[in-house]
Write a protein that binds this ligand. Structure first.
Ligand code: DC
Length: 244
């Protein structure tokens, strides 16, 4: 008889909804593994660009996705360094250009297919918190808890603007808001695994909510779903994984 698969919390939503931060904090509190699936699509975009592959060449981009040479090194304090073919790309995958490239390659069915097994391999005891667009609908349809986190496009653009400003990157709020709406459209309208809440997801609109309140709401649902996980967390922060 095989053991029950490790529990999964799927946190999906559009860019800037805060799902990366929330997933990281929930995983940290529980001591569960973390998967930031968006980072994989960002890595594919970056690797394809680095090899001179056109982002609309589905066959070539899928080949890049299939043999992505990536390592996730978890440091103390939960920060993760991401190496692509041995080069630290932790900063490079977070730019707006990398996000736009990720959204384009993510629309290619063959690329999504090439990343399925890699994502499911993150599911290990004691549990996994997975953030993305299709965690609850497609990658982990049996997740015990599914959260769809959203916020108004204005608020999401403002949050991203503040994040970039803190990194010394100055972009106009209007341009950011426009790009974000365009990315939402592409992610929602693609034919495979589009951005949408799973039928059994709990939808949370975080507009105007501080991140601590969102984490508290999610932890409340975790406590309802797995009372033991909350009363006996694996201490020491997120066990390992891929963080935003
Ligand atoms: O969450 P993010 O901004 O890092 O994601 C970058 C892009 O990757 C996003 O525009 C859509 C795509 N993505 C996806 O299609 N499916 C996922 N599970 C995660 C991200």
């Amino acid at each position: 008889m095989s053991a029950a698969p490790a529990p999964v919390i799927a946190i999906d939503g559009p860019g800037g909804s805060g799902k990366g931060t929330v997933a990281e904090q929930v995983a940290g509190q529980l001591g569960w593994h973390l998967l930031d699936s968006g980072a994989l699509y960002r890595l594919v975009g970056l690797a394809a660009g680095g090899r001179g592959v056109a982002l609309d060449d589905a066959v070539a981009v899928a080949a890049v996705a299939a043999d992505l040479d990536v390592s996730f090194l978890s440091g103390k304090g939960g920060d993760t360094r991401i190496l692509l073919s041995g080069v630290n790309v932790s900063g490079a995958i977070r730019t707006e250009a990398a996000g736009a490239a990720a959204s384009r390659v993510a629309a290619l069915p063959a690329v999504r297919e090439a990343l399925i097994a890699r994502q499911r391999a993150f599911r290990r005891p004691p549990g996994l918190v997975a953030d993305g667009r299709d965690m609850g609908t497609f990658i982990f349809p049996d997740a015990g808890l599914k959260v769809f986190l959203t916020a108004s496009v204005e608020e999401r653009a403002r949050r991203r603007h503040n994040q970039l400003k803190q990194k010394g990157i100055d972009v106009s709020l209007a341009a950011l808001s426009r790009d974000m709406a365009e990315r939402d459209r592409r992610d929602s309208e693609r034919s495979v695994a589009p951005l949408r809440p799973a039928a059994d997801a709990r939808v949370l609109d975080s507009t105007g909510m501080p991140v601590e309140s969102v984490v508290k709401a999610v932890m409340g649902w975790v406590a309802e779903t797995w009372p033991d996980a909350v009363s006996n967390p694996r201490t020491g922060g997120a066990a390992s994984g891929l963080t935003e």
